[in-house]
Ligand binder design. Structure first.
Ligand SMILES: Cc1cc2nc3c(=O)[nH]c(=O)nc-3n(C[C@H](O)[C@H](O)[C@H](O)COP(=O)(O)O)c2cc1C
Length: 201
């Protein structure tokens, strides 16, 4: 099949689009408002854009709390979502009124960061402390809601020693959760290594 998303219907019962870019990592984004109240929400429009310097990005449909908090403070935390925290991640996606602390709602523990004023998720084995680098007005969606991307510079990296095996972050132990299309998720349960080919004249 072929369709043009802006011009014609796809003819399927549900939009296939998000299933076409899968799996997508879930950025579990912590932030605080100008009064210091904590906020936590999952974003699957999330990616690492570069490693030196380390840069991450998440994108929001609608001006959600995570976006207004990033605008207000210039800081956020990326937490990884291990499969074991699926229910807590899902709970934190609740559409709660501004000022509700989703750490508390989801039964998670806040830990102070080293360099920024945003807490991280204690139960998550990996967290990046981020400073907002750029906020981009990407577009507006089909309902006229703003689509906004936040690009962050990673200034601090937390890795739980328990997930380091022989000097390597052990993805088998973390089993990171990812988002597919529809209401589908996947966890990483098979890891293999592959070296890039070397051109020989
Ligand atoms: C797995 C998952 C991924 C999500 N990804 C996004 C996303 O990429 N962009 C978005 O706008 N909302 C996304 N949502 C919905 C937000 O998490 C939800 O609207 C949340 O209430 C936003 O919280 P906030 O207002 O505290 O930022 C996602 C929800 C789930 C469960």
């Amino acid at each position: 099949m072929f369709y043009q998303p802006e011009k014609e219907p796809h003819g399927l019962p549900h939009s296939p689009l998000k299933a076409c870019v899968a799996p997508r990592p879930i950025g579990w984004i912590a932030s605080v408002n100008k009064d210091g109240q904590a906020n936590l929400a999952p974003y699957s429009f999330f990616q690492m854009l570069n490693d030196r310097p380390p840069v991450v990005m998440f994108s929001s449909i609608g001006d959600k709390d995570s976006i207004s908090n990033c605008r207000a403070t210039g800081e956020f935390v990326y937490n990884i979502v291990p499969k074991s925290l699926t229910d807590q991640m899902n709970a934190s996606s609740i559409n709660a009124p501004s000022g509700v602390d989703e750490f508390e709602f989801a039964g998670l523990t806040k830990v102070k960061c080293e360099l920024i004023g945003v807490p991280r998720v204690k139960e998550s084995p990996i967290a990046f402390e981020c400073k907002v680098h750029q906020i981009i007005d990407v577009s507006s969606n089909h309902e006229g809601m703003p689509v906004t991307a936040v690009i962050g510079l990673v200034v601090g990296v937390h890795i739980d020693d328990a997930v380091i095996t022989n000097g390597i972050v052990d993805t088998n132990l973390i089993q990171p959760l990812s988002r597919l299309g529809y209401m589908e998720y996947a966890a990483v349960e098979e890891v293999f290594s592959l070296n890039r080919p070397v051109w020989e004249d």
